[in-house]
Design a protein around this ligand. Structure first.
Ligand code: URA
Length: 217
């Protein structure tokens, strides 16, 4: 099944770097071990966050090298916040922290109400001074989009300087749902898959990202 479709909705970037695509294929394989899944997810997440932070504003500071003074660039503003959508976002956040080691980490926990099927929040914690911070919301799977929409709804109440959403795989249904609620929030994904099945799983996908990451199946 070809998963290399261009995004059908606006403001979606598919990160098609060959390293990302190669590692994603390895990650999808059902025989992949929990340990290897974790390693690959962290590696891909490093590469994704490198692309997602490409437009962070820079400021210039006078520094001394061993040989001369110079005005050199540094990232401007308060530390970036990675907002982890529990629980599978954890595997991506771990990788992202390897190249953004000073980033702050927020957490949001959501469960699906069995009757309404809507996302219900059970935990939310972000750092202070959000008005000066850029937030990257992280969840490997944009499936129905309900969790992503709820997480962004919630983080918007903290009025951060900017918000982006990053996932590994997106379903077309989830992208449309997310775009309807948050047309202003850019989405970054490694792949846009074919469809959602009746249980809300992305096809071809990679199965349950949380179970594969934590070895709980
Ligand atoms: N969540 C997952 O972990 N996998 C899917 O395919 C959809 C949602």
């Amino acid at each position: 099944m070809d998963t290399q479709k261009p995004p059908a909705v606006s403001n979606v970037t598919r990160i098609d770097h060959p390293l990302v695509q190669h590692k994603l294929t390895l990650l999808r394989q059902k025989e992949r071990s929990t340990s290897s899944f974790r390693t690959l997810l962290a590696e891909i997440s490093m590469l994704l966050v490198y692309e997602v932070t490409r437009d962070l504003p820079l400021t210039y500071k006078e520094i001394e090298t061993p040989l001369a003074s110079m005005r050199a660039p540094l990232i401007d503003g308060k530390k970036v916040v990675l907002l982890n959508i529990l629980r599978a976002g954890t595997g991506m956040v771990e990788g992202m922290l390897r190249i953004l080691p000073s980033a702050r980490v927020g957490q949001i926990g959501l469960y699906r109400d069995p009757e309404t099927l809507g996302a219900v929040e059970y935990y939310f914690k972000v750092p202070g001074e959000m008005a000066d911070r850029d937030v990257i919301v992280v969840d490997p799977m944009l499936a129905t989009g309900n969790s992503a929409v709820a997480a962004v709804d919630r983080v918007k109440t903290a009025n951060p300087r900017s918000i982006k959403f990053v996932c590994l795989l997106a379903a077309p249904e989830g992208l449309l749902n997310f775009r309807e609620s948050h047309p202003d929030v850019p989405v970054y994904t490694a792949a846009i898959d074919d469809h959602l099945n009746d249980h809300g799983y992305i096809i071809p996908g990679l199965g349950d990202a949380g179970d594969r990451l934590f070895g709980t199946k």
